[in-house]
Design a protein around this ligand. Structure first.
Ligand code: CMP
Length: 138
């Protein structure tokens, strides 16, 4: 059955001019773009999005990075979208990411790692709702 997931092309990838290539990889992998927008999030908005990580040592630096420049927020749809996007993204640390994955190709570090993807169904529905209204999902 078709499933939706949420993704962000992060500020590092936008700064380096990789947004179009990443979108092409996503479409080539069979995802349908249900919603897309380029926007700038504030630090409090980044903190709200990553609240599950608020006790982690990298929280301060992660939320500063995520509000350091524009991002592209996406809702993507295909069968098995959540797991398939995570496979396409590669490991969180690009040093451990497999050849051909988005993070292997475009990410610079474990924090500035080019792309985010939801890690489960509940997270996907929270994250989609954080960025998009129902009428924007088409
Ligand atoms: P993401 O998939 O968006 O989920 C949480 C983010 O925190 C992750 O990608 C990285 O950008 C960042 N992150 C995870 N682990 C670390 C770490 N050990 N050090 C710095 N940043 C991290």
């Amino acid at each position: 059955m078709s499933q939706r997931t949420f993704s962000i092309i992060k500020p590092d990838a936008i700064r380096k001019g990789h947004a179009g290539a990443i979108l092409a990889d996503i479409e080539k992998a069979g995802f349908r773009i249900v919603a897309i927008k380029k926007l700038f999030i504030s630090k409090p908005q980044a903190e709200g999005f990553y609240y599950v990580h608020k006790e982690r040592p990298f929280f301060e630096s992660l939320t500063t990075f995520m509000s350091s420049g524009p991002i592209v927020a996406l809702v993507l749809e295909k069968e098995n979208a959540i797991a398939d996007l995570r496979r396409l993204m590669g490991a969180t640390n690009p040093a451990n990411a497999e050849e051909g994955t988005i993070r292997k190709k475009y990410a610079g570090s474990i924090e500035e790692n080019a792309i985010h993807g939801s890690d489960g169904e509940e997270t996907a529905s929270f994250e989609i709702g954080y960025f998009f209204a129902g009428h924007e999902l088409v």
